[in-house]
Write a protein that binds this ligand. Structure first.
Ligand SMILES: C[S@@+](CC[C@H](N)C(=O)[O-])C[C@H]1O[C@@H](n2cnc3c(N)ncnc32)[C@H](O)[C@@H]1O
Length: 270
């Protein structure tokens, strides 16, 4: 039977609505130079598919398959692709640990913010190198929460990060996965592995309001909240304080938040 980790965020509306705002232009710009208009691409852990559909638009003569183990996000990705009139996408339910594809089926594989949630990141990377063709390329973008910085100082935001890290650890993931990606790709047998960085910065009133309100909700409503309580990492009253702290921080005219993603590219030996 395929192994299933506890997915840190869960699929609450407060989580999926945020993922659905992501775009290929922001999340996959580092990978675009390696894409060709006619390539066959796989997006691992595609979520609601907002990045996947952008990738499809970049390769009009090619094809993108998105895979995710959650049926609800797959349904929403299919709907979005249909509404955009895209005919070069497929979305399927399945695990990144056990891809339902023959060896060497794809020209390229992309993944955004998935590896950090896996207790066995090597298993996903070995599957990715198996299904990509010899000489094919894999692009991985992973957050590194250890690079997070914010102003003004806030005990609630500091505590939030402690809770987030503790829940991720307990689930077997790594919230600082970004810094490990080059090493993980090397270990899985990729060659010519290079890593750059993509920065998320929230520095204007609209961005700060969106970032603060989103985490205020997710601190109370997502899987992070449920697991933090279940694991004894925080109780409900502390989560409420942290959530209020996010809102208070987001109303401060001096507020600023930033962190980086590792943007890695590796190749299957030809
Ligand atoms: C943080 S979300 C990223 C979604 C999308 N790539 C994006 O950036 O918008 C992580 C996604 O990985 C999926 N996921 C986690 N573990 C998985 C597994 N073992 N197999 C397939 N999908 C998985 C989750 O369901 C979730 O949709």
């Amino acid at each position: 039977m395929t192994k299933k980790d506890v997915y840190l965020h869960g699929h609450d509306e407060s989580v999926v609505s945020h993922h659905a705002m992501r775009t290929a232009g922001e999340a996959a710009a580092f990978f675009r130079p390696h894409m060709r208009p006619d390539m066959n691409l796989l997006d691992l852990g595609c979520g609601p598919g907002s990045i996947t559909v952008g990738l499809a638009e970049w390769i009009p003569e090619g094809h993108v398959t998105g895979i995710d183990f959650d049926d609800s996000v797959i349904e929403s990705a299919k709907k979005d692709a249909a509404e955009r009139g895209l005919t070069n996408t497929d979305f399927i339910s399945g695990s990144v640990y056990e891809l339902p594809f023959e060896n060497s089926s794809f020209d390229a594989v992309y993944s955004h913010q998935v590896l950090q949630h896996l207790s066995e990141p090597q298993q996903m990377l070995r599957e990715a190198i198996r299904v990509v063709k010899p000489g094919g390329v894999v692009g991985i973008r992973e957050v590194d929460w250890g690079t997070a910085g914010w102003w003004p100082k806030s005990e609630s935001l500091s505590r939030f990060l402690e809770i987030y890290n503790a829940v991720a650890d307990r689930n077997g993931g790594d919230a600082n996965m970004g810094r490990r990606v080059r090493s993980e790709l090397n270990k899985a047998g990729y060659v010519d592995v290079t890593v750059g960085a993509g920065v998320w910065a929230f520095g204007n009133p609209e961005e700060i309001k969106g970032w603060g309100e989103q985490w205020a909700r997710r601190t109370l409503e997502s899987n992070i909240a449920a697991k933090a309580v279940e694991y004894g990492i925080a109780d409900q009253s502390e989560l409420e304080l942290v959530s209020e702290g996010w809102l208070a921080w987001s109303r401060d005219p001096d507020a600023y938040y930033t962190f980086t993603h590792a943007e890695a590219v590796g190749w299957k030996p030809a």
